[in-house]
Every structure is written in C-alpha cells, then in structure tokens.
Design a protein around this ligand. Structure first.
Ligand code: 5GP
Ligand code: MG
Ligand code: MG
Length: 186
C-alpha cells in the first residue's frame, strides 16, 4: 500500500509488512491442506470480527473443499484484558458433529477466549478441532492448555492493529500489522 494511505499518519511502526503476511499465509494453507485427509469434511470457524481478513485469504490457499462459518464471542471483563468467560454473540450456522473443525483466530493473547471456545465446541462432538492463528503473543499466555496447531507469526507484547485487528473498530483494513502512535490511545 502506498504511503499516501490516510491511515499511515497514525502508524508508528509496521511490524509485519503485507508481502510477508501473504507469503506466510500461502505456507500455512499448504501445511493445513496436508494435515487433513482429502475426504475429511472441514469447517473453518472464523472468529469475528478480527479473523475475517485472515480467514478470507487463508481459505484461498487451502486445497480442500472447506465450509466457512462464523462465530462471534465476547469476553466478559474490562479494558484490555479478557476474563476468559465468553458469551456467544453469534453462533455457528453449521452442525459440527463428526466434522473437522479448524478454528481461525486473529491473535492469541492470554489464550482464555480460545480455551472457552474450544471447550464449548468440544461438547458438540466434532471429529477434530485444530487451531490456526495469524499472530501469537506467547509472553502473555495465561491459558496453557490450548495448543495452537498452526501459527503465522509470534509478536512481542505490544498492542497491534491492521489486517483484521482493530483499535476501537478502526484500522482493520490496513494490509499490514502495525503499532499505532502512543498519542492515539487516550
Ligand atoms: P485472549 O483471550 O487470548 O486474551 O484475547 C484474544 C483477543 O483479544 C483477540 O482475539 C483479539 O480480539 C484481542 N487482542 C489481543 N491482543 C490484541 C492486540 O494486540 N491487538 C488487537 N487489536 N486485539 C488484540
Ligand atoms: Mg479474536
Ligand atoms: Mg478488538
């Protein structure tokens, strides 16, 4: 994206450039495709809203006839840290029983949200559950029972935006992962 993008004035630093993200997604798509049997019925479960852009690009690099579904969850708790108790805002349309679920996440921070999503989906008796996340902040992990199967990038403990990730619902449409200038977090 040219530096004429009007959102660039708010960006302090680009952490992962667009091209690097796109190359990694191709690799992830290949890894994921190879991890399933071609006969497996795979449902991609995209966690709204942050994972939408990643899921859209990733799906086009998965060489299997996947179904795409969406789930929106909200974490009870205040400010920037999640409590891990999640409420379903929008549930899946698909029945996942005996299907192979691939959860698509934008970022795993404490891991608490994902732990609850996994536990909830397990009760529906899918054939398997795998997790792919674009970003992982391992320094912040509280919930260590959640195992990530496919991880795009590890990022430092900084609040990042872009490529689906927001600050106050903005910046999701930046094609890269970046950090905002401090003065914007008022
Ligand atoms: P967790 O339960 O793992 O702490 O919360 C993960 C969720 O918090 C992510 O799916 C994402 O929505 C949000 N989150 C965590 N870290 C960041 C970050 O650096 N930037 C943004 N925009 N959202 C984040
Ligand atoms: Mg998320
Ligand atoms: Mg958010």
């Amino acid at each position: 994206m040219p530096s004429t993008n009007i959102m660039m004035k708010d960006i302090k630093e680009i952490i992962i450039p667009e091209e690097v993200i796109q190359n990694r997604i191709k690799e992830l798509g290949e890894e994921i495709s190879n991890s399933y049997d071609p006969e497996d019925e795979v449902i991609m479960v995209c966690i709204l809203r942050g994972a939408v852009i990643f899921a859209a690009d990733l799906a086009r690099h998965i060489n299997l006839p996947v179904t795409i579904d969406f789930m929106d969850v909200s974490s009870y708790g205040q400010g920037t840290s999640s409590s891990g108790v999640v409420r379903i805002i929008k549930d899946l349309e698909e029945n996942i029983e005996n299907k192979h679920v691939l959860i698509v996440e934008d970022i795993i921070d404490t891991g608490l949200t994902l732990k609850h999503v996994v536990d909830m989906l397990k009760t529906r008796e899918p054939a398997s559950i795998k997790i792919v996340t674009l970003l992982d902040k391992p320094e912040r992990r509280v919930e260590k029972q959640v195992e990530v199967d496919f991880n795009g990038f590890e990022v430092p403990d900084k609040f990042v935006v872009g490529y689906g990730l927001d600050y106050a619902e903005k910046y999701r449409n930046l094609p890269f992962i970046g950090v905002l200038k401090e003065e914007l977090y008022s």
